[in-house]
Design a protein around this ligand. Structure first.
Ligand SMILES: Cc1cc2nc3c(=O)[nH]c(=O)nc-3n(C[C@H](O)[C@H](O)[C@H](O)COP(=O)(O)OP(=O)(O)OC[C@H]3O[C@@H](n4cnc5c(N)ncnc54)[C@H](O)[C@@H]3O)c2cc1C
Length: 305
């Protein structure tokens, strides 16, 4: 099996998720070759062939041109699958490539299951296992689901791809940073996060009090934000902030991939959960099996002494 991996630059910087593509291909048992559209200034550590194309004259992202370049690489390599990260880039480009190739697309893969793909369903409450029927397929992987097992290594063997025409009718205007409101969790050294397990909005101050006692910030999982218990600026995860504090305390959080993707780089993780088998236990340094509303007030009282 051969996989064409579509790496990603954002504003000239190589995204770390590019390495997750290689980890996915390795777990699939596929030979891989990579394509990057961007500058040579920052190349990934990659032990294999890397197609590099410069479309900078047309702005950082132009769907027509990027699709054209992916199709060129497909023509040369004849891969069985073309793999993107499920980012805004992958969301936009993967379906365009799938339509052009008349290939089936499987989106937001979170795990492999004996050669089939597991994807989230019902807002990640369920998983579906799917196998594409088309011979060639286009895949997108959930960021954080396939972490590299060690430090990425290798120097890529570069091959250039040239554009064969100007884009039709699409101009890249630029990126506009979202207005920064509320807290910037990315700089916090301690984060104490509330999950659905805290039960109700009135219980959130109990979690915030622990954050205060530890000199940290309040974080939250998405259901807590969606329910309006905590402002979105506190959300940790793929659709919230990515954080790397010294200490992360997860209170009543199950450990869904989308949450883990935002906090798994924390130096030390404490999880408080009444379920001893909660998935967060797999990455937590300490798992306290307890009712969060009994444990946290007692813990806060000890911290405040
Ligand atoms: C496209 C997409 C993007 C997403 N982005 C994000 C994101 O950025 N961030 C994010 O967090 N999620 C995100 N999600 C949602 C994610 O898939 C999960 O649904 C979510 O993280 C679950 O939040 P939770 O752990 O708080 O709730 P649950 O999964 O419901 O877990 C609650 C946990 O609390 C425990 N619990 C219950 N009661 C108690 C108690 N009294 N004491 C102790 N423990 C208790 C339970 O055992 C359980 O483990 C996204 C989903 C999708 C599809």
């Amino acid at each position: 099996m051969k996989a064409l991996l579509i790496g990603e630059y954002r504003q000239g910087k190589l995204l770390d998720t590019t390495y997750e593509l290689k980890a996915f291909a390795d777990r699939l048992g596929a030979d891989s070759v990579m394509l990057l559209v961007g500058s040579e200034a920052e190349l990934p550590k990659y032990d294999g062939r890397l197609y590099l194309a410069d479309a900078g004259a047309y702005g950082e992202y132009n769907p027509d041109l990027h699709k054209q370049l992916v199709l060129q690489a497909v023509e040369k390599e004849k891969p069985d699958c073309v793999v993107f990260v499920h980012s805004s880039y992958g969301w936009d480009l993967a379906p365009r490539v799938a339509v052009a190739l008349k290939a089936g697309q499987v989106s937001e893969i979170v795990a492999l299951n004996e050669g089939a793909y597991e994807v989230n369903a019902c807002n990640a409450k369920l998983r579906r296992t799917v196998t594409p029927r088309s011979g060639r397929c286009v895949l997108t992987i959930q960021a954080g689901a396939f972490s590299p097992s060690g430090e990425p290594q290798g120097t890529p063997q570069l091959e250039r791809l040239e554009l064969s025409g100007a884009p039709s009718g699409i101009d890249f205007v630029g990126y506009e940073a979202a207005e920064q409101k509320g807290v910037d969790l990315s700089k916090a050294e301690v984060i104490v996060s509330a999950g659905r397990g805290v039960g109700k909005k009135d219980n959130v101050p109990v979690i915030a009090a622990l954050a205060d006692a530890l000199g940290g910030e309040l974080g939250a999982s998405r259901p807590v934000v969606d329910a309006g218990w905590v402002d979105h600026s506190h959300q940790v995860g793929t659709t919230g902030q990515t954080v790397s504090p010294k200490l992360y305390v997860a209170c009543g959080i199950s450990g869904a991939i989308q949450h883990l993707a935002g906090m798994k780089k924390a130096d030390f993780i404490v999880a408080i959960n009444k379920d001893k088998d909660a998935p967060i236990g797999e990455i937590a340094d300490v798992l306290v099996v307890a009712d969060v509303m009994q444990f946290v007030p007692a813990f806060t009282a000890r911290c405040a002494r």
